[in-house]
Design a protein around this ligand. Sequence first.
Ligand code: EPZ
Length: 420
Amino acid sequence: MPKFIITGGKALAGEIEVKGAKNLALKILPATLLTDEAVSIFNLPDIEDARRSIELLTGLGAEIKKTGPSSLDIQTKKIKNSELSPEFAKKFRASIMFVAPLLARLGEVKFPHPGGCVIGAGERPIDLFIEGFAALGAEIKVDGRFYHLKARRLRGAEYFFTTITVTGTEAMMMAAARAQGKTTLKNCALEPEISALAEYLNASGAKIKGAGSPTIVIEGVEKLSGGKFTIMPDRIETGTFAILAAAARAPLTITKCNPAHIESLLAVFKKIGVAYEAGSDWLKITPAKKFKSYSIKTHEYPGFPTDLQASFTVLMTQANGTSMIHETIHDRRLLYADMLSQMGANIIMCDPHRVVVNGPTRLFAKKLTSPDLRAGIAMIIAALIAQGETEIDNIYQIDRGYENICERLNKLGADIKRID
Ligand code: EPZ
């Protein structure tokens, strides 16, 4: 089982470049199925989940040509089947993003319940996707673990999300883009990736208004064209590296990023005494020897992102004072807390969604397993500031969302060895 061996306590400094946003790439790739014309994608992150998406697309019949380390051309002229094989779909949750484009393009799609993260009670629910597709006129059949959706032509409808869902909003936007008539989506998620996906679809001829606001109105069109699209910087990588800088007291400059997408984190940095300067595409963190604790509650965008919650908890183990971390979006997203306390953190589990952290405490090396990609990167941050040699296995979970993380952090002075 591949693992990382991390020798903590090294002084880190320098510049780190942010890669393309994972949670946009995993929507743009399937969205290319909505047109039979050529699409060129740039600033694609080279991560496991993107590779799985590309494998899925190829398996469906797409012709894909790598045109550079982070760019490729995709032509989905010949889509030969409308079934997502469990072998691929089980590997990552974002396989669900293929359902809407296949349904809109072929009028039919078969897929297993998506797999991937351990977060989310048992399996991540997809009830809102199924209800949404039904609202657009799809016929739904479930046999065992397989869903079979059919719709000669999707018809525009009004749909209210009873829970705010990022991928649910994106899936319905894709399905409605080529439906007959007008669709109004209400109580939509506001994440920047949604606005970026709408921008991509509109550039291909879709008629989507209101993305980034709670109400999105889509006028269905017959056909979408191809085009060129550059993936925006990953806001979660940006926030993760900013938190690393503060926790490791490392003067880092984070480049090719968009600081405006992590305002919620930077507002907290101001309150706890971590200084930073920001430009339009860079962020310079000047770490503080001492900084205050601060309680956070994760929230849909623009609130504090759940994907930065684990890394922020590691930061709070080094802060002066008590903080409460309250995870409101996903179940089972505090699994790492126990491992942090084994490393010496003073963490009390109040209930499955809240932990109280008392800092500062010294952290000591431990043998760890990363339950999901965001807990995994939080363990790397903990290992980089801990005393001794930490071992982290199940690093596929980390490779799912962070390109070449080992080399990129070693360039800052870290000592991380990947043992395959
Ligand atoms: C997206 O997941 C991101 N993934 C997640 O990032 C992120 O944590 C999450 O949004 C919240 O920001 C991608 O974009 C690929 P949700 P998503 O649907 O869309 C419930 C990472 O680490 N729900 O917004 O799957 C759900 O259980 C990943 O990069 C239903 O009940 O999350 C959750 O409690 C992890 N029924 C809440 O909605 C549904 O049909 C919000 O989840 C769908 C969701």
